[in-house]
Ligand binder design. Sequence first.
Ligand code: ZN
Length: 114
Amino acid sequence: MGKKNKTEFGCKQIQPMIPGYLDETLDMDSARIFTEHVKKCAVCRDELEISYLLKFGIEKVERGETINLTEDLDSMISDTEETMMRLTQFHTAVKLIEGTAVFMLCVCILLLYI
Ligand SMILES: [Zn+2]
């Protein structure tokens, strides 16, 4: 696989996003970059696990719930990915509609001049 330097984000940019990711306050692009990075970077994944434990771990233990860190985080990440996918599909649909509208407008203008 070739290295895509343009989309490659370093751990230094990713790790400050962790609190935002857990709070679900990251914007769409950041969340996408974040999940892509965390899936292949063990260092940031570890950081995320620690932050996750600190944020939700105590709460869960207090409620008597078991913590399955890997499972919990995996489902959180795939939830994000699903949301991204749906948003991407939505944006593609909007672009298609926009494209069609512009095309129709051009046809109308052309027809007016014929
Ligand atoms: Zn990293």
